[in-house]
Design a protein around this ligand. Structure first.
Ligand code: GAL
Length: 690
């Protein structure tokens, strides 16, 4: 069987770290192509993604093909020693397809057709679309499958289109029949005795189209699962065709990090390497934190092996309402963040800025103003830095800390019938991740069914839906010596999204030493004070919770359960006075923490800190990093990245040497505004990952 890491390693063994961009030569006269290649070479680019949106150029009408331009640009790239990630153009079918076969077009939940004139105008369930996509894929794979320049295949683009059309409804029914086997089972799983929703024939079942009031949550959940699987099928159909003609070249697609529309753990099992797109928002400097978490998701998807940043912006994007440019230096800092967190290269969207079309204002490696520009110079400078860092290529980036995350649970927790919309899954994830960022530690974001034996600490910020077997596996892992921290509103629903009976979170009650009877979202202006109790928290010897503690969004009516449990903090006022807010439970040889409310950042910092101590994980930083400084470790190097326009100083626990200059650093290291340092530990170090 192919291994994902092998897929990427097979490429980087030829190229070193990848440095690239989407290249759309079809937007330019052929006379500019030699100049493009000269500029690629000048910037140090060794990979371009070609053909992502070229279907109408390749197949101008149903029966005609036009490969000459692609033959010519591939030959030029090969001659210029630029490798190619060749894309199937199936994300944007040509107008003739939708015009001639309207069934290929998607419809939204209201039944409105989404027409051509933009991109993504396909229904993942359309047989005609899929057949046309297979045809163009086969034509490309047959012709270029063994082309020496082609080192990677790129299926479609950001697979994410949803459709509620009639063909999708039929495919949904087939999917449901496979899942449930009978209408009776489906009616039970969907709980259709509620609101008189019982189905008497399969034909009655529909996608969750616009309806007068709240949808059945299990119908919605299943439609999301179905859509995700349909998108994955588009990928595997094209991948299998490519593999027939190009068996030695890895096939992937560009993911979108924490994208709601598809379960990337299922994609990770099918792609030959993990490729992801990440676009920092320069107007929101703290988005680097979500960037870091997204990169750590890729690290988890790749099982601790390298992955690839397939798209990022050299400066501004065009698709936010107000698009700030990157500050000088930010391009380097943002790019090194991905590299430090396991990416084996940096790629941009796109090489040359478009002069026309919907992305005219998107930044590019080569702006319309040409090569004598800050952006081009900064890209070229990054190209040089990647040369200096070439020994990173192929270096694994595993972590001892896992964050459990599950698309199923995310979908279920966002159902509008849940008690609050203020306990966002991604917000929770970031809140529990931040104390690690401040300590220069990193994680692998993994599925709840992942084997946990290589981790020492597991964070579960938010798993509303949790399968019995995954809860049992977590419980048994802790009992054998692991440490876990579980956030509120977790472990409540089964895989149908049905709430479990009994005191919650029943499947985790033994692990967490706590059980509850009511969820109590807090009204505006209501805060619940809570305070640390004595010995339970101190026994872990890592200081105390901060004095002023208040929950302002969420609380739960809890009581202790079992002999190992102790309240670390209890509410001091209001209806929950004297009841536990934070619980620590000794379970077998391990420890589990349950945080039953939204705790302030400082308190979460303390709780995560205590759990780190229990798990025996130390930080390379003295105290905490400033909130705009990132420290990531890979292969024995510290990457210190200043995401702010101000100079910053950090204090490390050991001395280091600058990788580039050889300069020795003491424990205090200064960073320039948007400064980036890559430091080698001055002595052998057991890092977070090893
Ligand atoms: C990505 C997409 C690219 C381009 C880019 C602009 O999401 O894959 O085709 O649109 O955004 O930032």
């Amino acid at each position: 069987m192919r291994s994902r890491s092998h897929g990427l390693n097979a490429v980087t063994e030829q190229t070193g770290l990848l440095f690239g961009a989407d290249y759309n030569p079809e937007q330019w006269p052929e006379e500019t192509w030699p100049e493009d290649i000269r500029l690629m070479q000048q910037a140090g680019i060794n990979l371009v993604t070609l053909g992502v949106f070229s279907w109408a150029r390749l197949q101008p009408t149903e029966g005609t093909w036009n490969f000459g331009w692609l033959d010519r640009i591939l030959a030029l790239l090969e001659e210029g020693n630029i490798k190619v990630c060749l894309a199937t153009p199936t994300a944007s079918p040509p107008p003739w397809l939708g015009h001639r076969y309207p069934s290929t077009l998607p419809t939204d939940a209201t039944g409105t057709t989404l027409w051509y004139g933009a991109r993504n105008q396909f229904s993942p369930s359309s047989a005609v679309y899929r057949s046309a996509a297979r045809q163009v894929t086969a034509a490309l794979a047959e012709r270029y499958g063994k082309h020496p320049a082609v080192v990677m295949w790129h299926v479609g683009n950001e697979l994410g289109q949803i459709s509620y059309d009639d063909e999708a409804a039929g495919a949904f029914r087939t999917w449901l029949l496979r899942r449930y086997g009978s209408l009776g089972n489906l009616n039970t799983a969907w709980g259709t005795t509620f609101w008189s929703q019982g189905y008497s024939t399969w034909e009655e079942i529909l996608p969750p189209r616009t309806a007068p009031y709240l949808h059945n949550p299990t119908q919605v959940l299943d439609f999301k699962r179905f859509t995700s699987e349909s998108l994955l099928k588009l990928f595997t159909e094209e991948r299998d065709i490519i593999r027939q003609h190009s068996p030695d070249v890895p096939v992937t697609t560009n993911l979108m990090g924490f994208f709601r529309g598809a379960d990337y753990f299922s994609f990770a099992g099918e792609t030959d390497l993990i490729g992801n797109n990440w676009y920092t928002d320069p107007a929101q400097p703290q988005t680097w934190e979500l960037g870091a978490l997204t990169h750590d998701l890729c690290r988890g998807l790749a099982k601790g092996q390298p992955w690839l940043l397939m798209e990022s912006a050299a400066s501004a994007v065009n698709w936010r309402p107000h698009n700030s440019a990157k500050e000088p230096g930010a391009l380097l800092v943002d790019s090194l963040s991905a590299l430090a967190r396991g990416s084996d290269g940096i790629c941009f969207f796109q090489f040359r800025q478009s002069a026309f079309g919907a992305e005219r204002f998107h930044s590019a490696v080569v702006p319309l103003a040409g090569e004598d520009t800050r952006v081009f110079r900064e890209v070229a400078e990054l190209g040089c830095r990647l040369q200096d860092l070439r020994l990173l290529a192929g270096a694994p980036a595993p972590s001892r800390i896992a964050v459990l995350f599950d698309w199923d649970s995310w979908w279920a927790a966002e159902s509008p019938d849940c008690p609050t919309d203020r306990l966002g899954v991604l917000d929770q994830l970031q809140a529990y991740y931040r104390p690690l960022l401040r300590r220069g530690l990193y994680v692998e974001v993994v599925h709840p069914s992942a084997a946990l034996d290589r981790f020492d600490l597991v964070l579960v910020p938010s798993l509303f839906l949790l399968k019995d077997e995954d809860a049992a596996a977590l419980t048994s892992w802790v009992s054998q010596g692991g440490t876990a921290v579980v956030g509120p509103f977790s472990g409540l629903a089964d895989s149908n999204g049905h709430l479990r009976e009994g005191r919650f979170p029943s499947v985790l009650a033994d692990l967490l030493g706590v059980s509850g009877e009511e969820w109590r979202p807090l009204a505006d202006n209501v805060v619940l004070d809570f305070m640390e109790l004595g010995p339970a928290s101190r026994s872990v010897g890592t200081g105390q919770l901060p004095d002023a503690l208040e929950a302002s969004v969420w609380s739960e009516d809890l009581r202790l359960h079992g002999p190992g449990a102790a309240a670390v903090a209890t509410f001091t006022s209001g209806p929950l006075a004297r009841k536990p807010a934070v619980v620590r439970n000794v379970h077998g040889s391990g420890t589990a923490w349950y945080v039953g409310c939204d705790v302030p950042a400082a308190a979460l910092g303390y709780i995560v800190g205590a759990a780190l101590t229990e798990a025996g994980i130390t930080s390379p930083v003295v105290g905490e990093l400033p909130h705009d400084v990132e420290l990531a470790t890979r292969a024995g190097f510290y990457f210190l990245l200043n995401h702010s326009p101000e100079p910053r100083t950090v204090t490390l626990t050991e001395q280091s040497v600058d990788l580039l200059t050889g300069e020795a650093h003491g424990l205090h290291v200064s960073l320039d505004p948007y400064g980036a340092l890559v430091l080698k530990h001055s002595f052998d170090h057991i890092e977070n990952g090893n």
